[in-house]
Design a protein around this ligand. Sequence first.
Ligand code: GLC
Length: 541
Amino acid sequence: MINSTDTEWWRTAVIYQVYPRSFNDSDGDGTGDLAGITSRLDHLSSLGVDAVWLSPFYPSPQRDGGYDVANYRDVDPEFGTLNDFDGLVATAHGLGIRVIVDLVPNHCSSDHPLFQEALASAPGSAARAKFHFRVGQAGGETPPNDWQSMFGGPAWTRVVEADGSPGEWYLHLFDRSQPDWNWDNSAVRADFELTLRFWLDRHVDGFRVDVCDAMVKAEGLPNWPHLTKGVVSPIDGVMPPMWDQEGIHEIFREWREVLDSYSGTRMLCAEAWLQPERTARIVRPGEMNQAFNFAYLEQAWDAPAIRRTIETSLSANDAVGAPTTWVLSNHDVMRHASRYGYDTHVELESGVGAEDPQPDRALGLRRARAATALMLALPGSAYLYQGEELGMPEATDLPDGVRQDPVWERSGHLIRGRDGCRIPLPWTNEAASFGFSTSATTWLPMAGDLGSFSVEAQDGVAGSTLEFYRAALALRRSLGWGQLTWNESPDELIDFSRGGVRVIANVSSVARALPQGCEVLLASGPLEGGTLPGDTTVWVR
Ligand code: GLC
């Protein structure tokens, strides 16, 4: 059962991201669903996580994997029903696992009834004011400004008015099927409050808030000739007009009040690709509880860079009294078991094609486990992405014809996108779909060797990635920890102590001596004769 006296549970929580399409399919249609998740919650319980975050399962045409929401207050029939959702929450809570759902407030699907109403309404109408409709430049022929969509191409699409004439343009920072809401509009705010309350009433423990830093745009939508990728920084001291505008904080404060009016502790986690000092402003008292640490996720396997990011993240969050979070993988980036298998720079969201250079899988997994052991020892909260506990690699050989990420089309087939980290999970060793589904075909194909990564193949097997994650999470929970203090160390090591526990990550290929006479509590890989091999992390006492 949930421990309801633990009001600050989110400060140290390990939160596991479920991508509903790919977790487990209960009805044999090749796509995961809510009942499928419920039936496998025992896996998360034996893993030892505190909470699960569910990526969107709302009615959606799935043009952007459900981040194109057509109805914020229901379940897509493909994923089940509201009853299934309630069953999932009740089962999770019974197992002591909290449930966080995804809130997508920057944009909706173009299928959303309010956007359909806006399209059918006249320029200047109240219906259009809920979105960003503008007259184009050059007599209406060209977009109202020069903003680029995050998925490639212009951030504006022109509509056809009711009389058949070419008309206004609407803003979409992502796909054209994802119109941006106008957060200056009070009806939009009121509608989202209903959405918050709808899920809070259904006992969710919080929300992960999608691209929350883009919700408010700079007055007048001024031109911005740069395209941002990854963590956004000011250019010449100016923040891009679509990111991190001051007005977002007022909205978060309003939401905080709504959440605090409910019993128990309900939390908000910000998805904002900003530098630690800027994300920290979102987690000031009275706003959100925590924010993803994408500066950390973006670091290559490089000790000085990782150490610096740990320091800047902790100091930025400590200054506002918020916990720092840590994350290595999610549904938008190449899985860390694969990206650390390259020694060259990796574009996190670009994907890999079958003809591209392939990662060194063994090296990638070794480093990924070392990186995970390091992450789980850091003070704060950690996010895991489904499949990383299996050491699952990125699917780097998907045929281009099956790709679903809108980036692939919008980039004119230049960027393959994020499908490689979204393929279904293997539960058993049996083909065709490894216990994920009774159907032999799945929404994204599963590679033939996935069975060796399955839960069945690793359960109870000493040294398996699954058993390593279980051991790390159990220890993490039982250790007293304490404040982080850095130990003197060569550049290639990350070496700190927390209370009685010393954590050493060897971010190099050269073995080092282990501290004399230490007791090894956890090792991310085999230790050889009193040494700490390269690309290995230990927790010792
Ligand atoms: C967030 C989601 C990503 C989605 C984008 C647009 O970054 O994590 O998957 O494509 O928002 O909604």
